[in-house]
Ligand binder design. Sequence first.
Ligand code: AMP
Length: 146
Amino acid sequence: MSGYRHILLAVDFFEHDDVVIGRACDLAAVYQAKLSLIHVVDNLPMLDAGYGDMPYPLDLNAELMAITQAKLTKLAATLAVAQADVWLETGSAKLEIVRIAQEQHADLIVVGSHGRHGLALLLGSTANSILHHAQCYVLAVRLPAD
Ligand code: AMP
């Protein structure tokens, strides 16, 4: 293998994401690879009149996207990643990360690996799903236990 040319870094903005970010940056520097960033916002449930009073404002989705976009933009600036290489998607993180990696011809996805999201222990972690479905290399960076 001659190295990596395009690394897709999946950030969830949870604790310890600096470990994942650091490893992706190190690899990008070593291989002089392009670095792209992705974050996926889960879709909030569709609002339906049948639910009556909603516990959150109608534009929460838009607010969440704006806040997340700001975080991504800040991180991209810190890592000198061009805005054109920053992906903010909605839906399932497992699916969207694999899809963008494929569409953008990434040859390595870097994700964190732990099982702290309760149900994920039963359903399989994001990293595990990406490892099984990605068509490129995947680096699962071991995260410190909580
Ligand atoms: P999890 O399996 O959910 O604990 O997440 C493990 C790793 O998957 C994280 O460290 C991130 O690299 C990636 N990941 C999880 N959720 C997201 C998300 N919503 N957007 C981008 N990356 C994510």
